[in-house]
Design a protein around this ligand. Structure first.
Ligand code: ADP
Length: 631
């Protein structure tokens, strides 16, 4: 083996993450042990998984374990595992670059201010680099399982690391921390014990340490196991403290914050299954992309794979946790997973238990929680919704089976008042005369709230959902109805508002009276509109544009166009408010040129009020100026 020492620079982003970690996480520095023990446990998981098919990898070193070796004189602490180990290339790749492209991009986009934000930094999953919180130099000695080469990685976190050949008996990895002067306590027994108890008690492999026992003058050292070494999810719920669930979550997800909630369940019967699923408090910055480490699959306590997509539908990609099956074969592969009926059963359980947890949260009142460093009373479901609501909408759209349970979990803004509103509450508030669930979609809440389309609905005391998320209209289209009430767009078709006989008659009279005007307006606008009619949805505005009952709304059209789809422009119906003074004056205009200008203005301001742009903004402002000058 080569005895030369090679120097490698860290990838630029590693330097940045390193300086961030060391400067920002200082007051939480004891987490380094959780991170390194978690890596060691993962390495042992990987080994035991590979040993399923290649038993020789275990050799005569079958007692899988993590050891903490302290040297009080040399001021070092070593985290040792007999797991899968790393080759030379893996040392360079894993400990010299940031693999996750999302992390790299986030790093580049952070402002100086944001870089001080712990929760953002936590999202990098500081992992291995947290060693530098307590060490000014770190030496990693590793031998990959099945290889007889040992390689040493060493760095002082000053921009580069060294790689050289080395010696180690047997496979696995030693992470040797050369402790900083003010962190020397981590070479002594009690602080290490304390940190393991606090952060790593749930680790499923034994964590052992040499301790001094015996009488004074007759010192004796012995190996002690510091943890229970039983996978957390296999323990009875009653024996698990909330803090243990929280630590388990953090090591599993590398999240910095406590989870929002979790569900721990056992399914018995034809299939047996244990699961522990967590909802994070905050959405990761790269939620849109698929992230690794969602739900880990175990079979009879043996780790099988990270992020088993077959058992978690894509719209549940925010869920973190573990699922441990008693039924799948130990040598299960992705291909088998895709075909095995057990997979469908597990997936159903994961979806069902997550939905049950969400239902529980949705039914819950306010609870005290820390928000931005302050204790506040909050509804946990609302914070969940703000972070992850979008994915439940994806679920409604893509997962037909889950749709019925998802619908009551959706939250919307509404004309009823500030805050989020569920459909159950909406229906509960419906007056007897109201038959449908009304909605209006716009780019912003303010535009939706002041939309002319909802004027009459408001007058009737009918609540209107204000949809501002781009996918909302597709979601209500997919749902079609809730609790037997259809969703009806305030900007489409006829609204069918309840009306008295007198109202009906009056409307018919108006329609007849105005027939010549409607005809003139239609002629003035020509191809720009499909038709012109008297409205029943306006009270304060003179005009609005509506789509056919089954057509696309202007808002949907705009979204599709912005997303680069070639959507043919749909002609819409111009509705006039017969009671409005502007419409009344319009009737009196004899001069065709003036009439045409007024009609063009009515049409353009109907577009503006719904959040669309007039087709010819310059002509629009010319007409306004002329009107202003004339008065
Ligand atoms: P993460 O664990 O989030 O991937 P880390 O920075 O903690 O990030 O570790 C980077 C990678 O280095 C790990 O994914 C793993 O491949 C490798 N690694 C770290 N520690 C060990 C270890 N003790 N044994 C084997 N591989 C390890």
């Amino acid at each position: 083996m080569s005895t030369t020492v090679e120097k490698h620079p860290f990838q630029a982003e590693v330097n940045e993450v390193l300086s961030l970690v060391v400067n920002s996480l200082y007051s939480h520095r004891e987490v380094f042990l959780r991170e390194l023990i978690s890596n060691a446990a993962d390495a042992i998981d990987q080994l035991s998984f590979r040993a399923l098919t290649d038993h020789s990898l275990l050799g005569d070193d079958q007692d899988l374990r993590i050891e903490l070796v302290r040297d009080e004189k040399a001021h070092t602490l070593t985290i040792r595992d007999n797991g899968v180990g790393m080759s030379r290339d893996e040392l360079i790749e894993h400990l010299g670059t940031i693999a996750r492209s999302g992390s790299k991009r986030l790093m580049q986009s952070l402002s100086a201010e944001q870089r001080k934000d712990l929760t953002l930094i936590g999202q990098f999953g500081v992992g291995f680099y947290s060693a530098f919180l307590v060490a000014d130099a770190v030496t990693v000695v590793s031998r990959k399982a099945g290889s007889d080469e040992t390689w040493v990685w060493e760095s002082q976190a000053k921009g580069d690391f060294e790689i050289r050949g080395g010696h180690r008996t047997g496979r696995g990895t030693d992470v040797i921390l050369h402790l900083k002067d003010d962190a020397r306590e981590y070479a002594t027994e009690w602080p290490v014990r304390e940190v393991v108890r606090k952060y790593s008690d749930y680790v499923r492999w034994p964590i052992r340490m040499q301790v001094e026992r015996g009488k004074e003058g007759e010192p004796k050292t012995e190996w002690q196991t510091l943890n229970q070494a039983r996978a957390l999810w296999t323990r009875p719920k009653a024996e698990i403290e909330p803090a243990q669930y929280q630590e388990f979550y953090k090591s599993l997800s590398h999240d910095w914050q406590d989870p929002l909630a979790w569900t721990h369940f056992k399914v018995e019967g034809a299939h047996e299954l244990t699961g522990l699923l967590f909802l994070p408090s905050q959405a990761p910055f790269d939620l849109a992309e698929r992230r690794k480490g969602g739900v880990r699959l175990f079979v009879k306590r043996v780790f099988i794979m990270d992020d088993a997509q077959e058992i978690v539908p894509e719209w549940l990609r925010f869920v973190r946790g573990v699922v441990d099956s008693e039924d799948l074969p130990l040598n299960v592969s992705r291909e088998i997973l895709q075909k095995d009926a057990t997979t469908r059963f597990i997936r159903k359980q994961v979806v069902g238990k997550t939905l049950a947890l969400l239902e529980e949260l949705a039914a819950e009142g306010e609870t005290p929680r820390e928000v931005d460093g302050e204790q506040r009373q909050v509804r946990r479901y609302e914070s969940f919704w703000t972070e992850f609501g979008r994915l439940l909408k994806e679920g409604v759209y893509h997962d037909f089976e889950a749709r019925d349970r998802l619908a009551p979990l959706l939250r919307f803004r509404s004309s009823h008042g500030d805050g989020w509103h569920g459909l159950k509450d909406y229906v509960g508030r419906m007056p007897a005369a109201q038959k449908a669930i009304y909605f209006v979609a716009a780019d912003s809440l303010a535009t939706a709230r002041s939309s002319p389309h909802i004027e009459a609905l408001r007058k009737h005391g009918f609540e209107v959902l204000l949809l501002t998320d781009t996918i909302d209209e597709w979601i209500v289209d997919a749902l079609r109805e809730f609790d037997g009430r259809p969703f009806v767009s305030a900007a489409k078709g006829a609204l069918d508002l309840p009306e008295s006989e007198a109202d009906k008659q009056r409307k018919e009279e108006l329609q007849q009276q105005l027939a010549p005007l409607l005809e003139r307006v239609q002629q003035a606008l020509g191809e720009q509109v499909k038709s012109v009619r008297v409205t029943d949805r306006l009270t304060d505005s003179p005009a609005c544009l509506v789509s056919d009952a089954h057509g696309m709304s202007a808002h949907q059209e705009r979204i599709l166009r912005e997303a680069g789809h070639a959507v043919p422009a749909q002609k819409r119906i111009l509705e006039l408010n017969a009671e409005h003074p502007v419409v009344k004056r319009l009737q009196a205009i004899g001069d065709e040129a003036t009439f045409a200008d007024w009609v063009a203005l009515l049409h353009d301001q109907a577009l503006l009020a719904e959040g669309s742009l007039p087709p010819d903004p310059a002509a629009f402002s010319r007409r306004i100026q002329a009107l202003m000058a004339a008065n």
